[in-house]
Write a protein that binds this ligand. Structure first.
Ligand SMILES: *Cc1c(COP(=O)(O)O)cnc(C)c1O
Length: 439
């Protein structure tokens, strides 16, 4: 299968090339030329299968022609060593818990899959120089990417994070690992970190002398595997007779997760409606309502992994629907919540159902309620992070002191190691340029 750029100004490329490069040279996002479909009979058979078996079926449909089937299965089984269970919250409302991976965030699936697939292509291509993954993080992405790529041969990861602006738990997840993971503490904001990464990709010297790539959801190998858990949710609901008229609510920031859900739907997964749940950063909601897209600076919220003012995967959504606003707004509904509302939702869900949602999942839950589920419909919201990852916020709202799960606590045992840099591109460039000379 070949992949084309959403900007259509560069020739289609192979899976190997798009995974190594991430972004097309015309700055577009890569899309598969064909979306494979799964027969109804296969979809009906999923209810007896494990998450890894389901992931393998979906992965083979996309990537099976581009690498040996056994190697691909190995990547899938290695990635999906944990489950994404659906948990019933109310009669027809379910939480799809995506936080049972190593860093307790849904990004674990995409990060682990991409690391393994990129590692495979580097070996196959016999690249002489290692590939350098640059990733800017406001907290959550850094941990998932660092842990997903830890120890993968031929790859070096640089995590850029804003000094003093990520929580202690998040910081430990990428500063204590060592090996091929280097944490760069930037004296600036998340936007400054992102600007450094963008400047590096645009810098001719750096690009001509080293292989640079990105591990955010612009990379096909990171965003597409997220479609696995939509199939897994369907399978679990089908097994209990609750899969008809499915409404899926997705807490959204860069829209990689929702876009992978749309791919699952295109492959034949019966979903009646998607909901994009946003915090106050709601340019997508505005687009749904008006047909106009006005990217703007993000604002800080409790649900900070969704503090995105110009979602990168919007281009993919437009492309999927041929820029047809009517088609997009008929399939996807949107809601947005301010911090005061998020706090209210966390309290209400906790007291009504004794179920703890994190600030992102809170938006997803409430969007189902505000959508107005009918008794014949089943609603699933994606719980994208374990609430303990946002302990400071959740404790503040509930006035409690949440226990930290052992998996998270283990990260806090390690010793922190990071390199301090200013936000100037010259400093950053000099730092990674010198590494190139050494290696
Ligand atoms: C990254 C993230 C999101 C947003 O996902 P996108 O794919 O960027 O839309 C939502 N919740 C949490 C906890 C996240 O880490």
């Amino acid at each position: 299968m070949r992949y084309y750029s959403t900007n259509l100004s560069t020739p289609p490329a192979s899976l190997e090339d798009v995974v190594i490069k991430s972004l097309a040279s015309d700055k577009g996002l890569y899309m598969p030329e064909r979306i494979p479909t799964l027969d109804d009979a296969i979809i009906k058979s999923l209810k007896t299968k494990s998450f890894a078996e389901i992931g393998d079926i979906v992965a083979q449909a996309y990537f099976g022609d581009d690498m040996p089937r056994e190697e691909l299965s190995e990547i899938v089984y290695d990635t999906l060593s944990f489950d994404t269970p659906v948990v019933q919250v109310d009669d027809n409302v379910f939480s799809l818990e995506l936080f049972h991976g190593p860093t307790l965030a849904f990004k674990d699936v995409g990060a682990r899959f991409m690391a393994r697939m990129l590692g495979y292509f580097i070996r196959r291509k016999g690249l002489d120089n290692e590939v350098n993954v640059l990733v800017a993080t406001s907290g959550d992405t850094g941990g998932a990417v660092a842990n997903g790529f830890l120890g993968v041969e031929g790859i070096r990861v640089f995590v850029l994070y804003p000094k003093g602006k990520v929580s202690p738990i998040q910081e430990c997840q990428f500063t204590t690992l060592g090996k091929n993971i280097t944490a760069l503490e930037i004296d600036g904001t998340f936007d400054d970190c992102q600007a450094l990464v963008k400047a590096a990709f645009a810098d001719a010297d750096l690009n001509s002398s080293m292989n640079l790539t990105s591990a955010n959801s612009i990379n096909v190998a990171r965003f597409l595997p997220q479609s696995f858990y939509y199939f897994n949710a369907y399978a679990q609901l089908d097994a209990i007779g609750k899969a008809d008229n499915l409404i899926v609510s997705v807490p959204s920031g860069n829209f990689g997760n929702l876009t992978s859900g749309l791919f699952a739907w295109r492959m034949g997964l019966p979903v009646k409606r998607f909901i994009a749940a946003n915090n106050r950063n709601d340019v997508f909601l505005e687009y749904l309502r008006s047909g106009r897209y006005n990217p703007r600076e993000s604002v800080e919220t409790y649900a900070n992994a969704m503090d995105v003012g110009n979602p990168s995967n919007f281009a993919r959504i437009l492309d999927l629907f041929g820029d047809n606003h009517h088609a997009i707004s008929s399939l996807i509904a949107g809601f947005s919540y301010a911090d005061e509302q998020i706090a209210q939702i966390i309290k209400a869900v906790s007291s009504k159902y004794a179920y703890l949602v994190d600030p992102h999942g809170a938006c997803g839950y409430q969007a189902l309620a505000d959508y107005g589920l009918k008794s014949t419909e089943t609603g699933v919201f994606l719980e994208t992070a374990h609430p303990a990852k946002f302990k400071e916020t959740v404790d503040l709202i509930l006035g409690g002191n949440m226990a930290i799960p052992p998996k998270l606590a283990a990260f806090m045992q390690g010793s922190k190691n990071s390199i301090s840099l200013s936000k100037s591109f010259q400093d950053f460039k000099q730092y990674i340029y010198e590494l190139r000379v050494e290696s």
